[in-house]
Design a protein around this ligand. Sequence first.
Ligand code: ADP
Length: 391
Amino acid sequence: MASGTKKQEKADENGRERIVQATTPAPGPENSGDDAGMTAGEQAQEERARQLAENPADPVVAEERMARDLRPRHFRDYVGQKAVVDSISIAVLAARKRGDTLDHALFHGPPGLGKTTIAHIIARELDSTLVHTSGPALERPADVVGLLSNLKTGDVLFIDEIHRLSHAVEEYLYSAMEDFRIDFMTGSGAFAKSINLPLQPFTLIGSTTRAGMLSAPLRERFGLSYHLDFYSTEELTQIVTRSAGILDVDIDSEGAFEIARRSRGTPRISNRLLRRVRDYAEVRHTGAVDKSVASEALGIEGVDSLGLDRLDRLYLTTLSKNYQGGPAGIQALAATINEDQQTLEDVVEPFLLKIGFIVRTPQGRRTTPEGFEHLGLQPGLDGPAGQGTLL
Ligand code: ADP
């Protein structure tokens, strides 16, 4: 496979934010010098940037731009997660004051809660470049060696889905994180040679929905570790109101509250629902959003009064009816629903656990009385008998 780093540097209105995308394999150690000319990856990124500028009406382009525009850029705009923000902002200020690099930081929690957003804010507050990659993108040790050796002093390396790094790649990170150096072998047999490559001091920020899947040696190398929790309805109301301001949506406080209340505690969902409600308000009404417009629009989207969507309800109904409330194993549930097990574990279950509709027991998942009540079912009476065992 040809080595090539896909890079895209962007500057915000102040020219401060610098983001480098490293989504395709980075150069290996053998050709890790500065890229001369433009690689195919860079050309593709250029092309994408041009499309973004030229096709504001393209729905995919518009969606991408909107997601970027809604991301808070400073700690002061980052709503909620107060304890996390207080702690990380002190660490950032202290590092800046000492002229030091920030300790490596790990952010964990369900998707859409602001892990990527906070990594971008940290890089901006440190006035440094953020290099963005993900666990699955770093397939071979050469990918990670190339990426690390290209980092400059103080750069922030952001690895999304860090729990999906291969073991071989992960091992290179240990000495890179601890001593800012990497050891790797070149050649083979009699020509094998061990090379020790010093690196510039950098900060690694890892993001994961599965902190439990990180190996202990990797986890221990993060000096800072934070769990992001679901947001309160009040916090999400602030986020909806802020986003509506940016998107120029006319919304009243009850409309914003209604969207927030049905967002499963997740800012990404708030922003998505706001866009759907805006579409509905423009097509069916005058464009202004109040409680009843938001409620009608969300009903059409299949989002119920507590924010559960079709997949949440399918999961809960299957567990409650087909398995008579459990206990049922996640594999059996995934097979019955015909949905990816990881999606159920990462996206569906955390919120149902949070609101107390299901519990996890050593025997499997169970619906709680509150879960049955929400579906209008009675424990033990609904669904076929004799299926309540762990498959
Ligand atoms: P994650 O990386 O945890 O999956 P993101 O950082 O991509 O989540 O956040 C998803 C979207 O939600 C962002 O584009 C941003 O607009 C919004 N968002 C997340 N956290 C916050 C927050 N604390 N305040 C305001 N908006 C937020």
